[in-house]
Design a binder for this molecule. Sequence first.
Ligand code: PEP
Ligand code: MN
Length: 293
Amino acid sequence: MNGMTPADPGDEIAAPHPYRLAARRSHAGDSAIDVGDRRMGGGHFALIAGPCAIETRDETIAIARVVRDAGATMLRGGAYKPRTSPYAFQGLGATGLQILSDARAETGLPIVTEVMDVREVEAVAAVSDMIQIGARNMQNYALLTEVGRTRVPVLIKRGLSSTIEELLMASEYVLKEGNAEVVLCERGIRTFETAYRFTLDLAAVPVLKSLSHLPVIVDPSHAAGRRDLVEPLALAAAAVGADGIIVEIHPDPDSAVCDGPQSLRCDDFARFAARVRQVADAARQPDLIAAAV
Ligand code: PEP
Ligand code: MN
């Protein structure tokens, strides 16, 4: 016995999918998630932006002002960074969380930040409006269970080599613990292609939305790894029906401690945000498109 008996043995036969709470049929319509005073999903498009890593207090607050002034929804930024090399900058940790909290106080923007370790869930949950589970931890079931026990909304990024079903199963771990506020994120998967960092699987957006009621957003920054591709991929994500996008921005990408090559320049962000909103609005109003052609 593993203690995991189904609530009703008949469920296993009746359920066509191994995920239950994430399945579209388990919820009336699309779910919308409230993060701070912002709403994501259910027709509300979210634009999330910020640096890859929290570097300094002044820089973070300057970036947060750019994000707020462009009318974006939320500030992102990593205090705990998953790095391929153990010798690379690992993030400011608790100091980074304090800086994010200061940036929220300064701008009113809700904040989303990554947690990588079960031992840090309490501290991250205490300051963040949304907790990010990064691609490398998408199948860290202990971590998913622990964030499921908080009542802070959770953003789950698709693993580099994970199927759509595995992403939905990851969300199920959070939902099963009673945390209903989950957002899924397509951020590119690893393929044979080397011209860009990962292959952005945009088909995953309509597929996830057909299988699940959960909001689905797209991260074109980590998918592309190249600044020049971020805007076209963001526009495509908005057009294909994503509930939002999450992008990296930096005042001086050449000096960024991580992911500079894929970071948009702060100076370009307001124009970028306006373009993405135009497409997102158009995608939400099919009648208008029909009238225009
Ligand atoms: C990030 O958002 O900074 C990040 C590390 O993303 P991912 O987990 O998708 O690589
Ligand atoms: Mn990054």
